[in-house]
Design a binder for this molecule. Sequence first.
Ligand code: GDP
Ligand code: MG
Length: 163
Amino acid sequence: MKPVLALVGRPNVGKSTLFNRLTQSRDAIVADFAGLTRDRHYGNGHLGRREFIVIDTGGFEPTAESGIYKEMAKQTRQAVAESDVVIFVVDARGGISAQDHDIANYLRKLGKPTLLIANKAEGMQQGLQLVEFFELGLGEVLPVSAAHGQGVRSMVEEALDKL
Ligand code: GDP
Ligand code: MG
């Protein structure tokens, strides 16, 4: 069985861009507006000869109680349940939001192997600006730029190391 990695995070942090990079496809819809990927979305990726499956998800609001956000949260919980490792994506430029805290709480309770990554980190003075993400209680944050491909390989290596 190939390991399954789920990309989870609030809308617009770059999950679909990362999915496309990992699967070298344009299957996921990358959008400038929030919450476009409403369903779970599966793709194949590989690191050298190691193959894995990656799931893209819509934006996750664990506490959503109605409408499309509730449905997206349900889809995301299913993706998380199906995965071996969760890649929790935050926005290195946008900083921590209340929604990030909600997601972090949910993932910590779940206790599934989770890798915290800060996307959009290209050209940033990493150490300094990323310390705030320690607050999420998920350990060290890995800087990544999905758009530029930076840190993506290390991210997959670390994710697969958690198996
Ligand atoms: P999703 O809602 O989490 O799936 O986010 P998307 O992949 O749709 O991306 C949201 C926006 O962030 C788009 O405008 C992307 O071009 C942009 N984006 C994604 N990755 C990066 C990155 O590494 N750096 C920068 N600067 N922008 C990015
Ligand atoms: Mg998306």
